[in-house]
Design a protein around this ligand. Structure first.
Ligand SMILES: Cc1cc2nc3c(=O)[nH]c(=O)nc-3n(C[C@H](O)[C@H](O)[C@H](O)COP(=O)(O)OP(=O)(O)OC[C@H]3O[C@@H](n4cnc5c(N)ncnc54)[C@H](O)[C@@H]3O)c2cc1C
Ligand code: FES
Length: 263
């Protein structure tokens, strides 16, 4: 059951001009969270912005009951959030989402993400590595200026491949090309992905072609986050034009078996 909490901001770090890492004290949410869950944040007590903003869980510190998330300033909500200071209380609900990453049946997992989509993959990679999985991580960015969390992902991966589209840092090209190479060499038995839609579509197709189980985390726009507003519908892969069927990303997801959804 998700908890509504005014959680104390105990850590704040500016990672880039528009990118912030927040640490909040939320022992019950931490205790009940799994890799892939997210939280929703009400950034202001004013009527505007009224709706909570969904943000992925980046890291769970289970010893100290501290939850970390990383967000990019996009519009009014995240701008207000970025102004919070240590000691302030943050209005959060969580953990949200029934669809979480399930890696336990595999041994050689591929964790692939792009841009700000890499954040929910950290807790996944960390848990999987702690459980002695062989974790192969592929993270891609447009260019060097956008590279973030390289050291953090190195710590929780057996192999890390970092790419930039323009080759200004790491390997040149798309992360998925390096994943495909490792699949062809028999190194991968499952894929876990989060990132921009074009990347997710490509990963979905690759998994289908290579017949490899794949789980993808979707970041649809959300309003309620609780399955009541229908704001985050995604079409099921089995639905037809005549009989479209939808799932709520906030409730059934955000993580789905890639064979189950049409993206
Ligand atoms: C499950 C989930 C997890 C997320 N995790 C993270 C995270 O870990 N870190 C992070 O930085 N962001 C994350 N997001 C995106 C984040 O919720 C939005 O960036 C945020 O709500 C924007 O709020 P705002 O008030 O600042 O911007 P708004 O003023 O509401 O919008 C600013 C711009 O961002 C666009 N936008 C809003 N929501 C989304 C969305 N979901 N996807 C793409 N574009 C959007 C709007 O169309 C508009 O162009 C996540 C979204 C979902 C659904
Ligand atoms: S955000 Fe309201 S149903 Fe998903």
């Amino acid at each position: 059951m998700p908890e509504v909490l005014f959680a104390e901001l105990v850590g704040k770090q500016q990672l880039k001009k528009d990118l912030f890492k927040f640490s909040i004290k939320a022992p019950n949410i931490v205790k009940n969270s799994k890799p892939g869950n997210f939280i929703e944040i009400r950034v202001s007590e004013q009527t505007e912005p009224f709706l909570r903003r969904p943000i992925s869980i980046y890291n769970l510190d289970r010893v100290n009951g501290v939850l970390e998330f990383i967000f990019q300033v996009k519009g009014k909500g995240t701008e207000i959030l970025s102004k919070k200071e240590i000691g302030d209380l943050i209005d959060v609900v969580g953990p949200l989402g029934y669809g979480t990453f399930k890696y336990e049946d595999y041994q050689n997992i591929a964790v692939i993400g792009g841009g700000i989509g890499i954040f929910p993959l950290y807790e996944l990679a960390k848990c999987a590595k702690n459980d002695n999985e062989n974790v192969n991580t592929y993270i891609g960015f447009r260019n060097q200026d956008l590279v973030v969390l390289e050291e953090e992902f190195k710590q929780v991966s057996n192999n890390l491949i970092l790419t930039t589209d323009d080759g200004s840092y790491g390997k040149k090209g798309f992360a998925i090309n390096f994943l495909e190479e490792d699949i062809n060499n028999g190194k991968i038995d499952s894929i876990f992905a989060c990132g921009p839609l074009p990347m997710l579509k490509a990963v979905q197709k690759l998994a289908e072609n290579k017949n490899i189980p794949c789980q993808i985390s979707l970041e649809e726009k959300m309003a309620c986050g609780l399955g009541v507003c229908l704001g985050c519908a995604v079409k099921t892969a089995s639905s037809s034009k005549e009989n479209p069927e939808y799932l709520h990303v906030c409730k059934a997801g955000p993580v789905f078996n890639s064979k189950d959804v049409e993206i």
